[in-house]
Design a protein around this ligand. Structure first.
Ligand SMILES: Nc1ncnc2c1ncn2[C@@H]1O[C@H](COP(=O)(O)OP(=O)(O)OP(=O)(O)O)[C@@H](O)[C@H]1O
Ligand SMILES: [Mg+2]
Length: 482
């Protein structure tokens, strides 16, 4: 099926001159065109026309309603319809709403007819591909992330759902989270689940190079552009053409390069260092940072306009300590992986090792857990990983003569730490014996339910499945492991 021959395009805008301009340009490109002057007329057309429109181009703000309603109706009529939303009122919120609602693209007026024709053709290509046959369709279903790809804790299930929805769009995504939480992994998933997956995926660490080199790393340079530039260089932006570019540690990008990057994003063209020509690029941009980028914006070290461009959709990766059952799930996943890699018959984690992992704070998040399990598999002398195979900061034996200090050792102790550690261990043991039911654990310790809940929170101990009532979103405080 060709993308064009019989393609009908619906154009909705209250401005007659714009309708006309688009109708002329579209017809010239070989499409048949239907125009409507408002939301109500468009809705009527969409529901009563004998065939669904493959592409709808709609204005966002019209006197009788919103283009988002046109988008919704068109998608409802045929989910394969691609909708391009255009607006003169470009706000970040509007762009987010449109992309979330499933728009193919969001185009800001004024635009060149050529640009609109290019986007229309691409939208049709995407559609043609989706329509082609059922085997392709089956493949597209597989584009959805597996539910377990990221973890089965509620925040990760929500994240996987979001990844599935935004991967096929071209929207810029800002991925934030502590170090080692899986930001790059999410970026790769967004690429892998997009229709650009056959294209390149490139990562550039924005803090890795001094400013002058960073510029040519990103945008390339002409031969002879500066001393030492003996060969022309394409630059990573152009290397990612047709694919996805991840700007890692984007908060580290020097201000001068932030300006240049913003220009590339707006104009979709790069100018290599020392060059005069601007080269068009088609990239999907993702950015990641573990910094508090809003604070950088407030402090003036990160440009607000660039921040808005990048933060169209935000994915926040929770720290591992707030992901409950994911700790055990990931531990088993890494165990299987490293046992195979190292060719060792290690098959399980002993209960006390699991409990120690549950109670640990993981400042290095998933990467730290991965390293801990790799090391434990290497150390394990039986087919189960024991407490002794875990590093001291996890097994809780570091520095303290535990379990109970009943007399003062000659070198003295830190009383608060010892008491805190004793409390933590008894809480874990009581929970274990009570099979995770906090009311029963509280009885074993002579505490009220409220007190045990407070103390578990203080130690950051996540009760998980056996919990007898829900723990609200406010029940995951920073852990104070003393
Ligand atoms: N759900 C997961 N399943 C398996 N491995 C994971 C998962 N999430 C993260 N990892 C692994 O954890 C490590 C860290 O992930 P990644 O590099 O994506 O984190 P990051 O947030 O980009 O870290 P940094 O801030 O240090 O750059 C990688 O080895 C990655 O493969
Ligand atoms: Mg990273």
């Amino acid at each position: 099926m060709t993308a064009r021959s019989d393609a009908r395009v619906l154009v909705v805008d209250d401005e007659p001159s714009l309708r006309e301009m688009l109708a002329i340009a579209l017809k010239r490109s070989g499409y048949s065109v239907v125009t409507e002057a408002g939301v109500r007329a468009a809705l009527h057309r969409i529901s009563n026309d004998s065939d669904a429109f493959p592409v709808v181009i709609t204005d966002l703000v019209m006197p009788d309603g919103s283009g988002l309603d046109v988008l919704g109706a068109a998608k409802k009529r045929a989910s394969s319809t691609e909708v391009i939303v255009m607006t003169a009122h470009s706000t970040v919120d509007a762009a987010i709403d449109a992309m979330r609602a499933g728009a193919y693209d969001f185009i800001i007026k004024p635009f060149s007819p050529a640009h609109m024709m290019a986007q229309t053709a691409k939208a049709l290509e995407k559609r043609a591909l989706q329509d082609e046959n059922s085997s392709l369709r089956a493949k597209l279903v597989r584009l959805q992330p597996e539910p377990s790809e990221f973890g089965s804790s509620p925040p990760m299930v929500a994240l996987a759902d979001m990844v599935g929805r935004i991967a096929p769009t071209k929207t810029t995504v800002l991925i934030t989270g502590e170090s080692g939480t899986g930001k790059e992994r999410i970026a790769r998933a967004l690429h892998a689940h997009s229709d650009r997956k056959a294209g390149p995926f490139r990562v550039v660490n924005c803090g890795a190079l001094p400013e002058a080199l960073m510029e040519s790393e990103l945008f390339g340079h002409q031969r002879g552009a500066f001393t030492g530039a003996v060969q022309a260089r394409e630059g990573i932006v152009r290397e990612a053409d047709g694919g996805t570019l991840l700007l890692d540690e984007v908060g580290e990008l020097p201000l001068s390069l932030q300006v240049k990057l913003l220009r590339v994003l707006q104009e979709k063209r790069v100018r290599p260092v020392g060059g005069t020509e601007e080269i068009p690029v088609d990239i999907r941009l993702l950015a990641a940072t573990n910094r508090d980028i809003e604070a950088d914006v407030r402090a003036g070290t990160f440009r607000q306009d660039l921040y808005y461009r990048l933060n169209v959709i935000r994915l926040r990766l929770p720290p591992l300590r707030e992901r409950g059952s994911d700790i055990r799930e990931l531990a088993h996943h890494f165990l299987a992986q490293f046992a195979t890699d190292q060719n060792k018959p290690v098959r399980s984690l002993a209960p006390e090792a699991l409990r120690a992992l549950d109670a640990y704070t993981f400042p290095g998040n998933v990467r730290e857990l991965e390293n801990i399990i790799e090391r434990a598999v290497a150390l394990a002398q039986s087919n189960a990983i024991g407490l002794g195979d875990l590093p001291p900061e996890v097994s809780g034996t570091s520095g303290l003569a535990m379990p109970f200090v009943t007399s003062l050792p000659p070198e003295g102790i830190r009383l608060d730490e010892v008491i805190g550690e004793v409390e933590r261990r008894l809480l874990l043991e009581a929970l274990e014996r009570a099979k995770g039911v906090r009311t029963n654990a509280a009885k074993l310790l002579g505490l009220t339910f409220r007190t045990i809940r407070y103390r578990l929170e203080k130690h950051g101990i996540d009760v998980g499945d056996g919990a007898e009532e829900d723990n609200g979103p406010d029940s995951s405080p920073g852990r104070s492991r003393q």
